[in-house]
Design a protein around this ligand. Structure first.
Ligand code: LCS
Length: 402
């Protein structure tokens, strides 16, 4: 194929930025497990440190990591990407590079807990101000801007409320104020959403989730739309040191090959499970952007290629009944994280978002009864059976009916 960028989504995932190893023809990118790389002479070493192509030192760049960076950059329509040790390392590089002393950032209020906490605890020490808004209403973002706002950071769909932010509109709002827009695209993955094409400047991923997909790696990625921003990010990233390890990169290269297949299957399971939960007498409410009565269903269709594989719900009987459901599942695993091949279930208020003060959690829509299910690729009937038996055992209302 002449230009893989023009190919279909699965072809792009499998072949994007990939080539056989130039030395051996190995089809699977080798793991270049070396911290440093020899120069033929002093001039070559000096030239590489002066910007000539070629490897120098793994924190500054590594061929295995570069193969994954090329792949994700292509999938996100970016000019380049930077592998990170974790999703949080990627997010911190973005914060560090794009927020100066005394700068202001506008952030989705229901972001992943630590993406918020780190601003309130660490960056606040250096005079960075953060305003957390319900970015599902773009006007809230516009109203929060200040003369010193240099970054708007949104997560869409957000963790765990699944609130969507209108990315194109927020890009206009941020750019109008001279700020950049960064989007955490972890929940959608590049298979379902491409924020840079909607006008964002930077995308971050926790590749721990859907991109790797096998619950065996913690990793992150930053993608930039233009070279100038990429180089600002790179300069901070390599000195800050949260870079990616070659073995980690190889595992993610292996996992990402099936991203499209896994996403399709997990999403089909999630859609069916959302309908099942909606009809279930023990369930008080269900939140899934794929439901036609979801308030942001139209926005989902506008900016995403599908609603994804995370469903949240509340059980009649509130927190205690929800806890009984989580304890009662036998196939789904009670664990944080998401986007793996296996279904995981958790309670955000006491687990992933426990670090966010209770009042702020509630304001952001993370209610105490919210149960999050990250739907995997098992057979649907088995998932439905598992959740059904846990709900029946957990809900006093259901018990009274039977
Ligand atoms: N962004 C989002 C949207 C996330 O959900 C997470 C982790 C991160 C960033 C951080 O990525 P990491 O450093 O862990 O690779 N979310 C988690 C969750 O919901 N449960 O456990 C981790």
């Amino acid at each position: 194929m002449d230009d893989v960028r023009l190919a279909g989504p699965h072809t792009r995932i499998i072949h994007g930025g990939q080539q056989e190893d130039p030395h051996t023809g190995a089809v699977s990118t080798p793991i270049y497990q070396s911290s440093t790389f020899a120069f033929t002479d002093a001039d070559e070493g000096a030239a590489r440190f002066g910007g000539a192509p070629g490897c120098k030192y793994t924190r500054l760049g590594n061929p295995t990591v570069a193969a994954l960076e090329r792949n994700v950059a292509l999938l996100e329509y970016g000019c380049g990407a930077l592998g990170a040790a974790s999703g949080m390392a990627a997010i911190n590089t973005v914060y560090l590079a794009l927020l100066g002393q005394g700068a202001h950032v506008v952030v989705t209020d229901c972001v992943y807990g630590p993406s918020r906490t780190v601003l309130e605890t660490e960056y606040a020490r250096f005079g960075v101000e953060a305003t957390f808004v319900d970015s599902s209403h773009s006007d809230n973002v516009a109203r929060a801007l200040r003369p010193n706002t240099s970054l708007v950071f949104v997560e869409s769909p957000a963790n765990p409320t699944l609130k969507l932010t209108d990315i194109a509109r927020c890009a206009d709002i941020a750019h109008g104020a001279g700020a950049l827009l960064a989007v955490d695209n972890t929940f959608a993955s590049p298979y379902l959403q491409n924020p840079l094409q909607l006008g964002a400047d930077v995308v971050v991923h926790s590749m721990t989730k859907f991109i790797n997909g096998h619950t065996d790696v913690v990793a992150g990625m930053i993608v930039a739309r233009d070279e100038e921003v990429l180089e600002r990010l790179r300069a901070v990233h390599v000195n800050f040191g949260g870079t990616m390890d070659p073995h980690q990169a190889w595992l993610v290269l292996r996992g990402i090959k099936t991203l499209g297949l896994r996403m399709e299957r997990a999403q089909a399971n999630a859609r069916a499970l959302a309908y099942f939960l909606q009809r279930h007498a023990a369930v008080q409410w269900v939140n899934y952007p794929g439901l036609v009565d979801h308030p942001q269903h139209d926005l989902m269709r506008q900016q995403m290629r599908g609603p994804g594989a995370i469903v949240t719900f509340g059980v009649r009987g509130g927190l205690e009944a929800g806890r009984r459901v989580i304890n009662g599942v036998r196939l789904a695993t009670l664990a944080v994280s998401l986007g793996g091949i296996e279904t995981l279930i958790e309670h955000p208020a006491s687990m992933t978002h426990a670090g966010v003060p209770a009042q702020e959690r509630l304001k952001a829509g993370i209610t105490d009864d919210l149960v999050r299910i990250a739907v995997g690729c098992e057979d649907y009937d088995d998932l439905e059976h598992d959740l059904g038996q846990a709900l029946e055992a957990a809900s006093p209302e259901m018990a009274a009916r039977t």
